[in-house]
Design a protein around this ligand. Structure first.
Ligand code: FAD
Ligand code: MLT
Ligand code: ZN
Length: 499
């Protein structure tokens, strides 16, 4: 649906070099680990494991794999490997482990925390060609596929068979299910279908030493020992490379409606969320908010049409159910009540797919719209509902408009997940000093999470302790040592340097 927002942009090498500073320069404090340097001998061995055309070494082929979607970090890898099978992944890792070559797994490269590109010269292992759909059990609704399947392709495959994916996000046209599992991605339907980890029934993954761990269960219930698949869900490629997935998919809803609402105050947003939960109950499938500056990023920068007038806050409330008449009655009564009491000032409802798509493109287009301002400082925090928005005006007060273009907030209000974004014409370390660690300290004081859904990646390793206890971090370190003793898998990511 939103392919235009997440297109993989193929700029010239000069563009990348001019626009994106090398990570090793911008973050000069990060030291390269004691890994082997890529040599001709290594490339020759990769060309024995994979056909030559799936070993990319030409700098013009490799460059786009070195830069993340936000154009925030840039690695200097000289090789991209494109396996098609688990056996090929296994052979690559076994060899890299023996040779002590660091590896960066990459799916669709839409990650927002700098986890999907190398920090230095790690070998990039791209799963893009691992894109086979293995099958769908229409009785259980379990889909089994390879990790490189693009989320939107899975959605299309399923919808033709009366099912849907239990997650949806703006990057769906590019992100891959393996990347989604490795980040435990959230998205706009978490309020209805829960965290992705609950829908993932099985995972096949390859450990750093090449051993294939087969947890590709497709059972809803299985309490035989440790739930090992969870080692790979959300571990961002630091414990293994996910190669196959079994995911439990709900049936497609028969009726979908989306309301686009305008509101005066953030308290009204909270009241509307509470009312929606109470009045819409089981048919509520999404509850999102944007402030005016967020919507403006999509409307002005992407030239999208705004469906209602200007308001300080906007909400998208989606219902999905099995009985259109019943759902419409519920939604109409909820909206009438919201307008009569003045909690909502204006609104419009879409039932036809093209209009629904248009509403969602405004919400999902915010990410791309903000990037067009220049550089984006992006924060993805979980907060108690009562304190959900207060950091936005706080930062607006701390930052002057001479320093920044925009300070705005949007996100999955139903899940308590705020996306706080600050845009500047170009990367500015002075702005960064005002914002970090302030945002993380604020979040920690409110017992929130410094990463609600995007993960830790490279960008947040030094702040993980705001949300994880020392004992948890120690256990994470022990697990990493057990599974990847040489530390070749996605180094400099997730765990802080002192671990
Ligand atoms: P990548 O970006 O390639 O990788 C992400 C991480 O996973 C990296 O650490 C990488 O090393 C690792 N990895 C990737 N594949 C594998 C594998 N097979 N095995 C092991 N490790 C692997 N995220 C949300 O949670 N919710 C949203 O609503 C959301 N919306 C977005 C909207 C836009 C427009 C964009 C650009 C991004 C959005 N994201 C969102 C972030 C991103 O899309 C998700 O994190 C997504 O799950 C990443 O998938 P990917 O295939 O692009 O993974
Ligand atoms: C979203 O909800 O739009 C995504 O998580 C991306 C973002 O934070 O911009
Ligand atoms: Zn999000």
């Amino acid at each position: 649906m939103l392919r235009q927002f997440v297109r993989r942009i193929h700029y010239s090498q000069r563009f990348y070099e001019a626009q994106v500073e090398l990570t090793s320069v911008r973050y000069a404090g990060v030291k390269r680990g004691n890994y082997a340097q890529l040599s001709e001998k290594h490339v020759q061995q990769f060309e024995r494991i994979l056909p030559k055309e799936r070993v990319l070494t030409d700098p013009s082929d490799v460059q786009s794999y070195n830069v993340d979607w936000l154009r925030m970090v840039r690695g200097a890898s000289q090789v991209v490997l494109r396996p098609k099978t688990t056996e090929e992944v296994s052979a690559i890792l076994q060899y890299c482990n023996e040779e002590c070559l660091a590896v960066c797994p990459q799916g669709g490269n839409t990650g927002l925390v700098g986890g999907s590109v190398p920090v230095f010269d790690e070998v990039i292992l791209s799963t893009s060609l691992m894109n086979n759909i293995i099958g769908l059990d229409e009785l259980s609704g379990v889909l089994t596929c390879q990790a490189g399947c693009v989320l939107e392709n899975l959605e299309t495959y399923l919808s033709e068979r009366g099912f849907m994916m239990p997650l949806d996000l703006g990057a769906k046209g590019t992100c891959q299910i393996g990347g989604n599992v490795s980040t435990n991605a959230g998205g706009i339907r978490l309020i209805r279908y829960g965290s992705l980890q609950g829908s993932i029934l099985g995972v096949e993954a390859v450990k750093a030493d090449g051993e294939v761990i087969d947890c590709l269960n497709s059972l809803k219930k299985d309490n035989t020992g440790y739930h090992l698949k969870h080692l790979f869900i959300g571990s961002e490629g630091t414990l293994g490379i996910v190669t196959k997935i079994a995911v439990h998919c709900p049936p497609s809803p028969k009726a979908v409606n989306v309301a686009f609402l305008g509101l005066e105050k953030f308290e009204d947003v909270l009241q509307t969320f509470q009312n929606a939960r109470r009045d819409l109950g089981e048919i509520l499938s999404s509850c999102e908010m944007m402030d005016r500056l967020s919507l403006d990023a999509a409307v002005t920068n992407l030239k999208l049409k705004q469906p209602i007038g200007d308001f300080p806050f906007y909400m998208l409330i989606e219902t999905s159910g099995s009985n259109g008449i019943h759902d419409e009655e519920k939604l109409t009564s909820f909206l009438d009540n919201s307008l009569e009491t003045g909690v909502v000032l204006d609104g419009t409802v879409a039932s036809e797919p093209s209009k629904i798509k248009m509403f969602w493109s405004l919400r999902e287009g915010v990410t791309e719209g903000l990037l067009q301002d220049g550089y984006v400082f992006k924060y993805d925090i979980s907060l108690p509902h009562a304190n959900f928005y207060s950091i936005v005006p706080e930062l607006q007060a701390r930052l002057s408009l001479n320093q920044v273009k925009r300070v705005c907030g949007y996100g999955h209000v139903g899940d308590g997940n705020l996306h706080l974004n600050i845009t500047v014409p170009q990367y500015d370390s002075e702005v960064m000093k005002i914002v970090e660690p302030f945002v993380f300290e604020w979040t920690s004081k409110l017992k929130g999470s410094v990463s609600a859904e995007h993960g830790i990646g490279f960008k947040k390793t030094q702040y993980i302790h705001f949300s994880k206890s020392q004992s948890s971090l120690n256990l994470m370190t022990n697990i990493k040592q057990l599974m990847d003793p040489k530390g070749i898998l996605n180094p400099y990511k997730v765990l802080p340097a002192d671990h």
